[in-house]
Design a protein around this ligand. Structure first.
Ligand SMILES: Cc1cc2nc3c(=O)[nH]c(=O)nc-3n(C[C@H](O)[C@H](O)[C@H](O)COP(=O)(O)OP(=O)(O)OC[C@H]3O[C@@H](n4cnc5c(N)ncnc54)[C@H](O)[C@@H]3O)c2cc1C
Length: 504
């Protein structure tokens, strides 16, 4: 079995970093990537600017691999777009280093199993290699054997449906052509799809905010452009950040600009939305359900040309049905990691570094890493993923003490700051200050702990297992685990994720 490669599923930033760490440890990686090039998922949102500066976006082992090629690291303080990440970092990494011969593109993994043993068979299981089933675009099926598997295939390919209850709305499948995905290039490639038309944006994360602000900018040039924003909750406070009710001292500028646009009437916000039914009708789609406008609940009945489904992502677990996973029932992340990232309880400032011990499953030698390891939680950061795969590679190489010595050098402020994103966008486009008064720069502070005794605010979020077996010590039942060391996450403006929302 030791002659077999460690298969890495996905050639995104974390998958390629995993391969680099494996190589450094003397293990043979084989990266299987569904797309036609490195960072295929990142490329699909290439027009979006990251909020983390370069110094948090490049993995150390990959930098060491790149160094002999004459690669020079970008300005550590500047903010790349997704395209920059692919062009300046991932492409040289995947083409000019020893990884080049160890990546297969156009190779989609459809299943992982143990060779000759289904999920129920225990005897000698750990001595059997993994069987990784792949399909190429032409339909050719190939089974690859592996000594271990790191699934870093992300979640970008699996957006959540827009219907409530986690299920598609009636007619959502038939109306698929009207769904744009979470991050259409509104001001570039996809402009014609939105200009002078009515668009419904569903969701309340950073993808929705990015797209809404682009639509607002488009509407300035194309006044017939109409924007409706639908959220499930009673308020957009969590995305706006800041304001008197906020528990963090500062907030992401995205939210501030979005609130200014809503207040200025540049888009219509409908709260408490349920989308029940979609009915395609020529080049428009009718959207019906319920929602609250101007403080009154009522029917939702919209006719739009496009629906931006920015409702988050979920992991593809079907391909792992023969693997013995230990996943959290809420987050669908590894059970020991989930209490630290549950979006009901956490937002910016609450994710400690973690490694192999937290990511291990009953299936020895199998790991989820990167975005996929966060299951349905939206707060994943590249720097966190790079530390995950450093630790996993060390464990696979038999160096458990290095695997257990997890560390992540993140400052108390900076990773979540979006003032620099604003500066960069302003430099790139004078039209960036599209939403009225340009707010001043604001740094988002990390490391704000949860007030002791905070409950779930009626969101049903209290966890009985918070922190069990995970890094840091767990607080009392129902409280956020108290963690030591650096923490990182998206700036959401409140310390407690959804539990800070009003009760529905
Ligand atoms: C718009 C946006 C902005 C973000 N900004 C930041 C930021 O500023 N800072 C930060 O730290 N993080 C940011 N993130 C979060 C996160 O770091 C990124 O999503 C990052 O791309 C995750 O890397 P990954 O390698 O885990 O997954 P991905 O980048 O999603 O890569 C997964 C790869 O696996 C491939 N794949 C998928 N399924 C299969 C399969 N079955 N078989 C084979 N290959 C498969 C995909 O084609 C893809 O190339 C952002 C995310 C988004 C969406």
């Amino acid at each position: 079995m030791t002659s077999l490669p460690v298969v890495v599923v996905g050639g995104g930033p974390v998958g390629l970093a995993a391969a680099a760490h494996l190589l450094e440890r003397g293990l043979e990686p084989l990266v299987l990537e569904a797309g036609q090039g490195p960072g295929a998922a990142v490329a699909s949102w290439g027009h979006v600017r990251l909020f983390s500066p370069w110094r948090f976006d490049v993995d150390d082992a990959t930098a060491r691999l790149l160094a002999p090629t004459g690669w020079t690291a970008p300005d550590p303080e500047s903010l790349p777009t997704g395209n920059d990440l692919v062009d300046v970092y991932l492409t040289p990494l995947a083409t000019k280093t020893p990884l080049a011969d160890r990546i297969r593109y156009g190779t989609r993994v459809v299943a992982v199993a143990r060779q000759g043993a289904d999920r129920t068979r225990s005897v000698g299981r750990e001595r059997r290699p993994f069987l990784v089933r792949t399909v190429e675009p032409g339909g050719q099926v190939t089974d690859v054997l592996a000594r271990a598997v790191i699934d870093a295939s992300g979640t970008f390919g699996q957006p959540n449906p827009i219907g409530t209850a986690g299920l598609p709305a009636v007619g959502e499948t038939e109306a698929a052509g009207f769904l744009t995905g979470p991050l259409p290039d509104v001001l570039g490639r996809d402009r014609a799809r939105f200009a002078g038309r009515h668009t419904l944006v569903v969701g309340m994360g950073h993808s929705a905010a990015n797209t809404l602000l682009s639509l607002v900018e488009l509407a300035e040039a194309e006044p017939a452009t109409r924007i409706t924003w639908a959220i499930r909750g009673a308020t957009a406070r969590r995305l706006y950040g800041g304001g008197e009710a906020d528990e963090l001292p500062a907030r992401g500028l995205l939210g501030t600009r979005l609130r200014a646009a809503v207040d200025a009437g540049r888009l219509e916000l409908v709260t408490r939305v349920t989308v029940d039914r979609l009915v395609p009708d020529g080049d428009v789609v009718h959207v019906t359900g319920t929602g609250r406008r101007d403080g009154a609940d009522g029917e939702l009945d919209l006719t739009v040309s496009a629906i931006v489904n920015a409702t988050g992502f979920r992991p593809d677990l079907a391909m792992l049905s023969e693997i013995r996973l230990d996943l959290d029932a809420v987050v669908q992340a590894p059970a020991k990691l989930a209490p630290l990232i549950d979006p009901n309880l956490h937002s910016c400032g609450s994710v400690p570094p973690h490694g192999e011990a937290v990511l291990a499953h009953p299936e020895e030698g199998f790991y989820l890493a990167g975005m996929k390891s966060y299951g349905r939680a939206p707060t994943f950061l590249l720097a966190t993923g790079y530390e995950q795969v450093r630790s996993i590679a060390a464990a696979l190489a038999g160096d458990q003490s290095a695997a257990d010595a997890v560390e992540l050098a993140l400052p108390e402020t900076g990773v979540c700051s979006s003032d620099r994103a604003q500066d960069a966008d302003d430099a790139a486009s004078s039209a960036a200050a599209c939403c009225g008064t340009a707010p001043g720069p604001e740094l988002v502070t990390l490391g704000v702990g949860a007030p002791a005794g905070a409950d779930d605010g009626g969101a049903g979020a209290t966890r009985r297992d918070a922190g069990s077996g995970a890094p840091g010590s767990a607080g009392p039942e129902g409280r956020e685990p108290v963690v030591a060391g650096a923490k990182a996450g998206f700036a959401t403006g409140v310390a407690h994720g959804r539990s800070g929302d009003p009760v529905d």
